[in-house]
Ligand binder design. Structure first.
Ligand SMILES: NC(=O)c1ccc[n+]([C@@H]2O[C@H](COP(=O)([O-])OP(=O)(O)OC[C@H]3O[C@@H](n4cnc5c(N)ncnc54)[C@H](OP(=O)(O)O)[C@@H]3O)[C@@H](O)[C@H]2O)c1
Length: 328
């Protein structure tokens, strides 16, 4: 089968499309014919050798996979060949076939196409967990979203709106701000030009923001914490800006606000029933048209280089998805 294979973390990174043997099926696993693979910021970090997991080379990147089950191990009873599913494969996704643990398999609604499915799980799952369990966001509250046209950012606008929040979105270009508006933001601003606190106070009538969703970090984080409302919740999502910020702890004291960590992968392992309920709620939001996955679709395994390029140069919008098989 054809697969993307990384042979060195470099520098420079060595990664090409090769013909390799299909992986062997292991107990507790299923084999998928891969249709589409979501490729996000964490995947780009993994290829660069900067992620918390650093697979031994050679390996095939790609964790978030949408495809069709072609074979199941003899100890797997509840999944049948022919099912359209999404899976968290961990690695090995950027290939014509991959192996995924049976416990990670999620059946797809008929109405969701493979490209949308490949970009769905991590981004919407993270945001739903963040806004519902971690922030306990309430209808009528205000929500600030940074990196608002990025993978998790767009999902925060959509889910925030679906949960009844008023959403203020921040991004770095007019095109990204336009996309944020299209996905439901009530107001937008360019945080590379405008002052975050001034825009927040204008939006909230000087009250400060109730919930802040921050996947960027860097120098924006402290400005956001300085813009929080009393009882506000600042959600630590990620550090796409490249720097892990250090926040002076007098700020949450003075603001009466909370700094709240969000770790979706750990949540799925530690709280499986809550994760399952979140997924059910997300598929219902999808079926009702309240969330509309925006993907940047690249057709063909060879185009993983473009995926890396747009992610590494801050040019992607929504989720980058690599199309491996051409059918739906
Ligand atoms: N906590 C969790 O469980 C969890 C789950 C999923 C993802 N994450 C993390 O969330 C972060 C965002 O992930 P994502 O998949 O949404 O990434 P993404 O699609 O690349 O979006 C990140 C956004 O960050 C902004 N940004 C600011 N400075 C940047 C820089 N130097 N390089 C790249 N982007 C920059 C960009 O928006 P502007 O150009 O508008 O500034 C970009 O759209 C990552 O750190 C990821 O690891 C965390």
């Amino acid at each position: 089968m054809r697969a993307v294979v990384q042979t060195s973390y470099g520098p420079p990174v060595q990664i090409t499309v090769q013909d390799i043997a299909a992986p062997a099926l292991k107990p507790g696993h299923v084999r998928l014919r891969v249709h589409a693979v979501g490729f996000g910021f964490p995947d780009a970090l993994m290829v660069a050798g900067k992620y918390q997991v650093k697979p031994e080379v050679p390996y095939t990147p790609g964790s978030e996979v949408a495809g069709v089950v072609t074979e199941v191990a003899s100890d797997v009873n509840d999944i049948k060949p022919g099912a359209r599913v999404l899976a968290m494969a961990g690695q090995g996704g950027l290939a014509e076939e991959c192996i995924a643990p049976a416990h990670s398999i999620i059946p797809l609604p008929d109405s969701m196409n493979m490209a949308a499915a490949a970009g769905f799980l991590v981004n919407y799952g993270t945001t739903y967990h963040a806004l519902v369990q971690r922030a306990n966001i309430q209808p009528g509250e205000t929500l600030l979203v940074l990196g608002a046209a990025g993978g998790v950012g767009l999902t925060a606008i959509e889910i925030g709106k679906a949960l009844g929040a008023r959403v203020l979105a921040a991004a770095s270009t007019p095109e990204k701000l336009e996309l944020a508006k299209k996905h439901g933001a009530d107001a937008v601003f360019n945080y590379t030009q405008d002052t975050i606190k001034a825009k927040v106070m204008e939006f909230t009538g000087d009250k400060g923001i109730d919930v802040a969703y921050d996947p960027v970090g860097a120098d924006f984080a402290e400005q956001v914490v300085r813009s929080m409302a009393w009882n506000g919740r600042y959600l630590v999502i990620g550090f796409a800006g490249g720097k892990i910020p250090a926040i002076p702890l007098n700020l949450p004291l003075l603001k009466g606000c909370s700094l709240v960590g969000v770790f979706w992968g750990a949540h799925t392992r530690k709280e499986p029933p809550v994760h399952a309920a979140n997924l059910k709620a997300l598929f219902e939001l999808f079926e009702s048209g309240k969330i509309k996955p925006h993907v940047t679709e690249l057709a063909g395994l060879e185009r993983f280089t473009e995926a890396l390029e747009v992610l590494n140069t801050r040019r992607s919008t929504g989720k980058v998805v690599i199309r491996v098989a051409s059918d739906n």
